[in-house]
Design a protein around this ligand. Structure first.
Ligand code: DP6
Length: 338
């Protein structure tokens, strides 16, 4: 039996996948078909405080100061049920969370959100989980959250077991491994909010995209090559593989029935501009990727970042360009007021 529940706060950052997670073999346990690879980002963060309170008759969830109901409250409350089941108590909780970036916009708020929630809820429940256990727990809230527990370059191994014991993320390299790597995030003005959660959309892809099986066959080779490029800091190879993977991900989305189209014209203009910049340069100096949203991440090296950032900022429909770097993993923080 865990010790008496208290209040705890945790901070976590979003991550951007270089090899995408898209499709689960077990929906209840969130077990993916393929392993994925991501970079945890600096500057953006979610902070979450969880307080188990015997006076509450149901869970409450405040996001950026606003009381949540419906889907967001149901997911948070369902996640707390798992934590309560592990800790063996039934007390409801008040969850207060803030993002220093736009929620549900394709900047992976569910990754940082559930990583911070897993950390805060498990600590508040008196559970002292190992990093692997915390990653497995976060996975149950949102697949990509399993990776946001760790900083730098992170691999989430799909595993093969049906109980998911071997399905968790682990750090490959710390943020300091490649300090000159920059992620220029082209923030698209008026980016639409996601119509359905990725966990639902991806299963439509598995069921209907005629190219999904081919993508799955290609992934182990691409993942191996990408890990090698990161280990030796081979930027052109990493950027080429990042774009190849992004194009493959977009292809299975677009061939899903009904189609999944996350991009808007400005996003497509960013992709085209990165291709043009590489062409003009005669070598690959940048690589684009995007998740299930309209914003585009453009990886490059520090020495090209200034010029490229100005170039991307001039594209019609790009509101601003953030310059981010590999950042730290999730961690407990002292109490704070949302
Ligand atoms: C395209 O883990 O965010 O970003 O369960 O809906 O929160 P939800 O899914 P989520 O899906 C991530 C999909 C992706 C690729 C990736 O991050 O690997």
């Amino acid at each position: 039996m865990a010790r008496r529940p208290v209040e705890a706060s945790f901070e976590a950052a979003p991550n951007i996948a270089l090899v995408k997670y898209w499709g689960v073999r077990d929906e209840a346990l969130g077990l993916p078909y393929n392993s994925s690879l991501s970079v945890t980002l600096n500057r953006l963060r979610t902070r979450t405080t969880v307080r188990f309170d015997p006076k509450l008759s149901s869970d409450r969830f405040l996001l950026d100061g606003e009381a949540q109901s419906g889907g967001p409250l149901t997911s948070v409350s369902g996640f707390l049920d798992t934590v309560r089941a592990i800790a063996r108590f039934e007390t409801h909780a008040l969850v207060r969370s803030t993002n220093n970036f736009q929620t549900a916009s394709g900047l992976a708020s569910s990754a940082s959100g559930f990583a911070a929630l897993a950390g805060a809820a498990s600590l508040a429940a008196g559970l002292h989980l190992s990093p692997a256990d915390l990653s497995r727990l976060a996975r149950l809230g949102s697949g990509s959250a399993s990776r946001s527990l760790f900083g730098g370059f992170v691999e989430w191994r799909a595993g093969t077991r049906s109980d998911g014991r071997d399905c968790f993320a682990r750090p490959l390299h710390p943020p300091s491994h490649w300090p000159s790597l920059v992620d220029l995030v082209a923030i698209i003005a008026d980016a639409p909010t996601k119509p359905v959660r990725s966990s639902v959309a991806m299963q439509r892809t598995v069921a209907t995209s005629p190219t999904y099986a081919q993508r799955q066959r290609e992934l182990p080779r691409r993942l191996r090559a990408m890990k090698r490029a990161i280990a030796v800091r081979d930027a052109p190879t990493l950027f080429d593989l990042t774009m190849e993977e992004c194009d493959s991900f977009r292809n299975v989305c677009e061939t899903t029935v009904p189609t999944l189209d996350y991009l808007v014209p400005a996003s497509r203009a960013v992709l085209a501009d990165v291709r043009a910049a590489n062409e003009e340069n005669g070598t690959t100096l940048a690589g684009y990727t995007h998740d299930a949203g309209a914003h585009v991440h453009v990886f490059t090296l520090q020495r090209h970042a200034g010029t490229l950032r100005r170039r991307l900022a001039r594209i019609h429909g790009v509101a601003k360009v953030l310059a981010l770097s590999p950042g730290r993993g999730a961690r407990p923080i002292r109490r704070w007021r949302a």
